[in-house]
Ligand binder design. Structure first.
Ligand code: ATP
Ligand code: MG
Length: 335
């Protein structure tokens, strides 16, 4: 399942690397897990619906899912498969990835796409001119697939003008009839796009949902365990940490809700502790220590120490109100 670039395949060789190299292996670990494979296949089909056929055009597609489920990671990896090349009339960029800046408006959206196309633009060019130039550049660079990540930033219902502009710009790009667009973001983004008849009409909005793993679903539970085992296989420790065993995977699930991004961060934290102790593997107490400094304030339960049947419910896990500041007694806020 796991597959990575430039990492020694032998566990002992990896464990013998310098601390910095071992740290970097864990931080940059790539796992070709089930959700990733499904998502990258879906993205590929949004770009080229027929294997060995031509790129499609004029269709708006979406990739959505909860935060940290791996949307950006997957999209960037897909885009890397298509490096820029030199054509007879200049640079060709078949697949362009760009992410929308926070609270972006039409200008910021156009600037971000221009940057991804490596197209210089000046503040003197008005927004209308910039949008036109970006559309021309998309054609000129023969872009086949434009990925707009973090699209919820451009599709914010509370900012009506921006929303209208973003919709209009998307339609103009699709009307070029030379490329497909993939808007990626949180699930609400899909709902907003789907509610726009003009956009939905451009290809019926094919979408892919990147879900977290579900422990209660037996098939998913197996996949989550496989993911944990696969990360374990790639770690730079002399011995396997048995992360894919039911006992450990279930505890890791409890901490991470089956979300790859959270799992990776948590294991990184525990692995750092294990490296500092020159341990042969990530022992349970390193996981316990890592959770101790990450659990919600006021919570005493630790899944790596306590029995899971005593675990608090998710509602109970919400952060308690911070203790009142002793100076915050209302005196200073009185008018
Ligand atoms: N297949 C994978 N292998 C290894 N690490 C991964 C994989 N997929 C995601 N990650 C890691 O998980 C973390 C979260 O991924 P990513 O940023 O892609 O999530 P996201 O869905 O885009 O989240 P957000 O909605 O918050 O932007 C990142 O640190 C990323 O490196
Ligand atoms: Mg992202």
């Amino acid at each position: 399942m796991a597959n990575d670039d430039n990492i020694p395949l032998n566990r002992r060789e990896r464990a013998a690397l310098s601390p910095a190299k071992r740290q970097s292996i864990i931080k940059n670990l790539f796992v070709e897990h089930d959700r990733f494979k499904d998502a990258i296949t879906a993205i590929g089909s949004f770009h080229m619906p027929v294997e060995g056929g031509d790129p499609d055009f004029g269709v708006l597609t979406t990739l959505c899912g909860d935060s940290r489920t791996g949307k950006t990671f997957t999209l960037e990896r897909y885009a890397k498969r298509f490096p820029a090349s030199d054509g007879t009339r200049g640079v060709i960029r078949r697949v362009v990835y760009c992410d929308m800046p926070i609270d972006c408006n039409l200008r910021a959206m156009a600037e971000q796409i221009a940057d991804a196309l490596n197209f210089p633009h000046s503040q003197r060019l008005n927004t209308r001119g910039l949008v036109g130039a970006v559309l021309l550049e998309i054609k000129k660079q023969a872009v086949e697939f434009l990925i707009l990540d973090e699209f919820q930033e451009a599709f914010d219902v509370s900012r009506k003008k921006n929303l209208r502009d973003a919709r209009g710009f998307l339609r103009k790009i699709l009307n070029l009839r030379s490329l497909n667009v993939c808007a990626a973001g949180l699930v609400e983004t899909y709902e907003l796009l789907a509610a726009d008849a003009k956009l939905k009409g451009r290809g019926l909005l094919p979408h892919h949902l990147l879900h977290a793993y579900e422990w209660d679903d037996p098939a998913d539970q197996k996949l989550f365990r496989l993911l944990c085992a696969s990360i374990d296989d790639r770690l730079p420790f002399r011995e396997n940490s048995n992360l894919g065993s039911i006992a450990l995977a279930q505890r890791l699930y409890w901490v991470t809700d089956g979300v790859i991004g959270i799992l990776k961060e948590f294991l990184f934290a525990a692995a750092c502790r294990a490296m500092n102790a020159d341990a042969d593997r990530i022992e349970m107490h390193f996981l316990a220590d890592a959770w101790d400094v990450r659990k919600p304030i006021g919570q005493t339960f630790n899944p790596f120490v306590d029995d899971l049947k005593d675990a608090p419910s998710k509602e109970e896990q919400t952060l308690p109100k911070p203790p009142r500041n002793k100076f915050d007694d209302g005196i200073f806020s009185k008018k």
